[in-house]
Design a protein around this ligand. Sequence first.
Ligand code: B1M
Length: 212
Amino acid sequence: MPSLKEIHDAVASGNYKDIGNLVQGAIDSGETLENIINNALSSAMLEVGDKFGSGDLYMPDMLLAAKAMKVAMEIIKPLLKGSEHLSEKGTVVIGTVKGDLHDIGKNLVITMAEGQGFKVIDLGIDVDFQVFVDAIKEHNPNIVAFSGLLTTTLANIPEHIRAIEDAGLRKSVKLAVGGAPVTQHFADMYGIEIYSPDASGAAKEFLKVLNK
Ligand code: B1M
């Protein structure tokens, strides 16, 4: 059985060719999806980020790691969905905030929320304020979720919220925020109801805030 370390190392080294077999092998041998996500895939991306930050890795290495992560999640995602037979718990509109192109964490939140029975409308990356507003009008969600990975683009979140307030839609939705630089303090500062440091926690918080 491929170990979690082998999976971690494959993502960290951007080995997108072997990662599929490794993940499938671990699943077939009984490894839990949660362990693979938290203790191999996400931890590998953290390591990649640290090495990028310290200058030991470069942009192409980050892109390869992201590609390996995507291949792994393509295997895991349908299994997470199929593992729960739940009725629809509510609707979540989610996007990566304006100016920010990171989507791996957001996609993980989507996978986890769908696994818990939520209908999720994915607005993608670099999402403009008005696109969130239009999506609320169109889909009438229970929750609007912002993902942000750059400290610079977190500064856009208050403007996202202001646009929702100005459109008279703030009271009709609960807001959620997450991403590596986000903290509970940040969420509290802007009156954002839901914060979680990780994707599975976010899905649990979605359920909690809606009393499901
Ligand atoms: Co970039 N990047 N990146 N990057 N990148 C970071 C974020 C960085 C910390 C790396 C570093 O310097 N150490 C740094 C930001 C520094 C800062 O602002 N403080 C950085 C930088 C600087 C940049 C560029 C500016 C680099 C450049 O061009 N010079 C550039 C910015 C482009 C832009 O957005 N405008 C850039 C580009 C890229 C790539 C395109 C190469 C690639 C993204 C590919 C993609 O997403 N499709 C990339 C990557 C891969 C990373 C790192 C290495 C990994 C991010 C990731 O996917 N992690 C990252 C380092 C790091 O985060 N330590 C880094 C795995 C993922 C599962 O974790 O997204 O944190 P994460 O999601 C977590 C939680 O945060 C949470 O759940 C997940 C875990 O369960 N979560 C939520 C996320 N969203 C949530 C929402 C919720 C709740 C929880 O509720 C709504």
